[in-house]
Design a protein around this ligand. Structure first.
Ligand SMILES: [Zn+2]
Length: 152
């Protein structure tokens, strides 16, 4: 299974800290476990009609309701620097990691801003919260879908 392999991009140093290593390994591919949890939670609420990895919108949202302009990003806590669980950064190659992870955050912010400018509602779903309560995350999406066009 894709999510079981150790997924890294080729340039990332292998972290010595096993907990960091574990967090890293979970993410960074299509159809990851968190994305599947999210889709299952949406299905449970009867929510369908979305596109996956929608390339025509900024940041290629993991889940996009194109007509209703709701974009959902399912973020791995390590790679996107989750504000809730605040995963630790690797203690070796710190310059590399600071640069890389800071860039990821900047990119996320940039994409969200670009989408909002185009009238999208943007929902960021964090892996840790999703794991704890998938239904709560699905309800956030439902609420956005019911809210109508984003004001701007
Ligand atoms: Zn988290």
């Amino acid at each position: 299974m894709a999510e079981r392999t150790y997924i890294r991009d080729g340039r990332s140093p292998v972290p010595k800290d096993s907990r960091v290593s574990e967090q890293m390994s979970r993410i960074r591919s299509k159809n990851t476990k968190p994305e599947r949890w999210m889709r299952a939670a949406l299905t449970a609420l009867g929510i369908r009609g979305y596109r996956l990895n929608y390339a025509k919108a900024a940041g290629k949202p993991d889940i996009a309701f194109v007509g209703r302009k709701v974009a959902v990003f399912v973020h791995g806590c390590f790679w996107h620097c989750c504000p809730h669980c605040q995963p630790r950064r690797p203690k070796t190659h710190t310059d590399f990691w600071d640069l890389k992870l800071d860039r990821n955050m900047q990119r996320d912010r940039h994409h969200a801003r670009a989408l909002r400018k185009e009238g999208w509602r943007v929902i960021t779903v964090w892996e840790c919260r999703l794991k704890k309560d998938p239904q709560a995350q699905a309800r956030r999406v439902r609420k956005a879908l019911q809210a109508g066009p984003a004001g701007r």
